[in-house]
Design a binder for this molecule. Sequence first.
Ligand code: NAD
Length: 499
Amino acid sequence: MTTDPVLERFRPGADYRMFIGGDWIAASDSFEAVDPSLGTSWAAIGNGTAADVETAVAAARKALLGWRRSSPSTRQAILAAIADRIEENAPLFARLLPTENGRPVREVGIADVPASAAIYRYYAGLARSHRGDQIPVEDPDSLIYTVREPLGVIAAILPWNSPLITTANKLAPALACGNTVVLKPSEFASASVLEFVTLIADLLPPGVVNVVTGFGAGVGSALVGHPDVAKVTLTGGGPTARAVMATAAGALTPTAMELGGKSAMIVAEDADLGRAVADAALGIYLANGEACIASSRLLLHEGIAVEFLDRLAALARSIVVGDALDPATQVGPMVSRPHFERVLGHVRKAREEGVRVLAGDEDLGLAPVNEKGFFLRPTLLHDPSGAADVVTSEVFGPVTVAETFVDYDEAVLRANATRYGLAAGVWTTDLARAHRIAGSLQAGIVWVNKWFDLPAGAPMGGVKDSGFGRELSWETMLEYSAPKTINIDLGAPRFPLWG
Ligand code: NAD
């Protein structure tokens, strides 16, 4: 039970403006940001227009002329300074993120802040080693090499669930390669991005980073379809990805897609159960389960399923749900009322399909001040045959569903039988089994005896409907730059065809 209702919520000094060409621009219209722990409005966000997008893209194009020629050491120093600013302002984010999207405050200092800072530092390093190749060819009179050039203006469309980290995943490599950027934050997490940009604005020349706020169908669509955008990168859901790709196709603009997941954790009969249960809880209840890589599916060997489920259900029932700003809170509210209703709808449907609820029906135990918030209990479902819709649909909340299996090939087949392919994992003490299963899982990331470890350097991204393109890695530098081939004649004789 949350006992302290007087928590220090984040409050902006004024209504939020957009950041375009180094200036803070008021939008002609605004919408409300709602604190999900209270269910009440806490800030006004500018609702931008296509005209604002036009100005932002023009500013980014103008800034590109200088920024693309900036030295690698300049970019390195700026990216490293951004990392420092994030760390120096950890207390601000510890109030802002819980107020805006319901992230439990205890997670901000151990996840959002260090992970974001690490991403900028990682790309600060890569900015110095980003280079082309010398191409070996047969002709001794040719010297051919490539230089890697920035693409131009990058449109980065962001989700609400981890605004600081998803911004870092796009901004850091884009800037490291010499691109300029227009960020379009989620309508549910715009303040986090605007406050972050406020903190770093003086580090960057005007127009190198711009932020337009508003809704997907308005500013989002105008930005994605803008002919001067060189690449669109989206982190979001599948329906959004389809709409974004269709719009980008109109301008022949390439895209990169970081999308959803339904990631299965396979637990063998020889697994260390204590660790596996703890990882299963971490995998689905961290970040309120609102994580693309959440372990939202459990495939349990019949030999350990009963004990595993008893332990995980007891753990889930012990979790403290409450105000995101309360340090005692382990799971906070869902980001918004529509999302809350969506998650509840998945659980309701599962019940109708006969799925058992092993944890999740307990009393919420909320403080009176939180009664209009968007809370639900950490939920554990059991559908031994894996036939229910919730087994393959992304819920994006603190809800996981367990199935049981006997045969390992069957477990892999079932894990792969979803449209998603973002993450997966296997818990076993048998080395050969670990390798065999890891090799057979259709996912961009496979963890063995761990979950949620995403260090900068290890490529992050999905297969199938989880998207394409990789973030968080050296490969990402290739996605934000293009090779230019320089082919030089060293005095080769001409073919005598035209004299
Ligand atoms: P969403 O798809 O609803 O929105 C994402 C962004 O797209 C928002 O900024 C939105 O305004 C914008 N948008 C919507 N329609 C648009 C359009 N037609 N044109 C341009 N922009 C448009 O996603 P969300 O609810 O913010 O985030 C949750 C989803 O994101 C989940 O599916 C989750 O799995 C996924 N996600 C993936 C990763 C990853 O790295 N793979 C990380 C975090 C979240």
